[in-house]
Write a protein that binds this ligand. Sequence first.
Ligand SMILES: Nc1ncnc2c1ncn2[C@@H]1O[C@H](COP(=O)(O)OP(=O)(O)O)[C@@H](O)[C@H]1O
Ligand SMILES: [Mg+2]
Length: 286
Amino acid sequence: MIKAKDLTYEYIRVMETDHGTKEEKVSALKQVNMEIEQGDFIAVLGHNGSGKSTFAKQINALLQPTGGTLWVKDMDTKNDALVWDIRQTAGMVFQNPDNQLVATVVEEDIAFGPENMGVEPKEIRRRVDEALATVRMEEYATHTPSKLSGGQKQRIAIAGVLAMKPDCIVLDEPTAMLDPVGRREVMETIERLNKEEGITMILITHYMDEAVRADKVFVIDDGDLVMQGTPREIFSQVEELKKYGLDVPQVTEVAYLLRKEGIDLPADILTIEEMVGAVCQLKSTI
Ligand SMILES: Nc1ncnc2c1ncn2[C@@H]1O[C@H](COP(=O)(O)OP(=O)(O)O)[C@@H](O)[C@H]1O
Ligand SMILES: [Mg+2]
């Protein structure tokens, strides 16, 4: 679905000096190599400024590599002629839902993408209804987006992407501005679209409990892809994650601290259920 070969991106930062302006290069992605299969659910972690949003924008061809190559379904994102095909294949959802909803009525907002693609009206109607049903927002079709909750707005934003029939959706911290209820609604939607519709999901997040639910986790640090593996493989490496300024899920942290105290718990505990199971096994030895 997506393949990066030595993917590199440098921003040019223009700085004011006493003698006019000076240009400085900022390396946001440094020779990243990776592959994402169709149907994968990938979580991308990394502290602030590590290059996650830059990576997301590459997949959507909002930014093009300054070095190396990125292919989205075999389409080279440096090929300007393919930009619209790439954007239709890999849709994007941003952090702030208010910045991506464009119309004053929910169903018009969802129709916006396919309208721009030149899809015929009957097909647009069908897609809007289907997308609304998929994110469980049918009853809000004629509502005003600005009156919805944050979680509902994000689901409308996802519906807008779905109406373009993408193979892949990149979500850049979509739950960062939501309350716990909104977060749960959006996560459920993401997981369902992945499992039931087979849509490849690339979720950038700083919530470890969200990353635990992915098939695979990528860790980006200062423009480098420094770790990749299953959530269990990644989160059992507590020391290494801390080196990159990242946390582990709360239960994993507790297991880690107990292990340090000499208590024999597995290093790869990810859920409360697993913790309960492991602690019950211990009891006899304490
Ligand atoms: N428009 C820009 N101009 C110059 N530098 C930028 C720009 N956008 C991001 N950067 C820099 O690129 C690096 C990666 O940023 P970003 O991809 O936004 O990281 P993240 O999403 O992980 O917080 C940071 O050092 C950031 O300051
Ligand atoms: Mg970002």
